[in-house]
Design a protein around this ligand. Structure first.
Ligand SMILES: CC(C)(COP(=O)(O)OP(=O)(O)OC[C@H]1O[C@@H](n2cnc3c(N)ncnc32)[C@H](O)[C@@H]1OP(=O)(O)O)[C@@H](O)C(=O)NCCC(=O)NCCS
Length: 211
């Protein structure tokens, strides 16, 4: 006699199967995305997690993404003849835009929230007799050190270096380099706080090796 399998058990098994199938499909889709990007010439680590709707545009430059770094939906990474290097264990959230004309170097454990713009170039605007789009560009490059958190909607302009451990508050426009473990916000960004809750609480009390 056939044992009676309760309906609930069939539904539970179907759910588990569906969950596993989705996980397997996502895993495969991620590997195929990386394979395709590597074939295009991007140096993406096999352990990275790349959303298939992220755009990687080499445009004559170089793009590198390190181990366990995730790049979310709608992110645009455009080398523009320069380079963009993102280290390991970083996250780039949805709809952020990274432009690397003058070189963009992002270290490890950096969190980039959604809708962030990082532009490693500027237009020259000093001559009023010819259109700005014919005056060329300046390109100094941008460096983001380890363990930086960049909040949503932040704009980072060319030539700045974000120091290790600093926070950039939501909506800030960063025009100057930052100090380690500081919290920076506003337009243009200024120090609005310090991460260190114990020990040195002011910038002058930080070990000089960190400044
Ligand atoms: C920077 C941040 C972490 C500070 O958080 P917090 O320590 O809780 O700060 P508080 O809310 O206590 O505010 C401290 C001061 O900073 C100011 N401040 C906070 N956020 C600010 C911002 N985004 N821009 C400008 N000033 C800001 C506050 O007005 C306050 O100023 P006051 O002391 O003169 O009143 C937080 O405001 C922020 O911007 N988080 C980013 C969120 C985000 O992007 N999430 C995406 C997930 S990846």
């Amino acid at each position: 006699m056939n044992p009676v399998i309760p309906m609930k058990s069939i539904v539970d098994r179907a759910r588990i199967f569906a969950r596993r199938a989705v996980r397997a499909w996502r895993y495969l889709r991620n590997k195929l995305t990386i394979l395709w990007l590597r074939a295009k010439g991007c140096g993406i680590d096999w352990t990275a997690i790349i959303h298939p709707e992220a755009v990687f545009d080499l445009s004559g430059g170089k793009i590198r993404v390190g181990a366990h770094t995730s790049v979310d939906k709608g992110v645009i990474i455009r080398a523009m003849g320069g380079y963009i290097k993102i280290g390991s264990n970083c996250s780039v959230n949805a709809y952020s835009f990274l432009s690397g004309s003058g070189g963009l170097d992002i270290a490890d454990c950096v969190m980039i929230a959604s809708h962030v713009s990082i532009y490693a170039s500027n237009h020259v605007v000093s001559d009023t007799t010819i259109p700005m789009n014919r005056q060329g560009m300046t390109m100094h490059g941008i460096v983001v050190r380890d363990d930086v958190w960049i909040g949503t909607g932040v704009r980072i302009l060319d030539g700045v270096e974000l120091a290790p451990g600093c926070v950039i508050a939501a909506g800030a426009v960063v025009t100057q380099s930052t100090h380690p473990f500081t919290i920076n916000g506003g337009v243009p960004a200024r120090i609005i706080g310090y991460r260190l809750s114990s020990g040195p609480s002011r910038l002058t009390e930080l070990p000089t090796s960190l400044l």
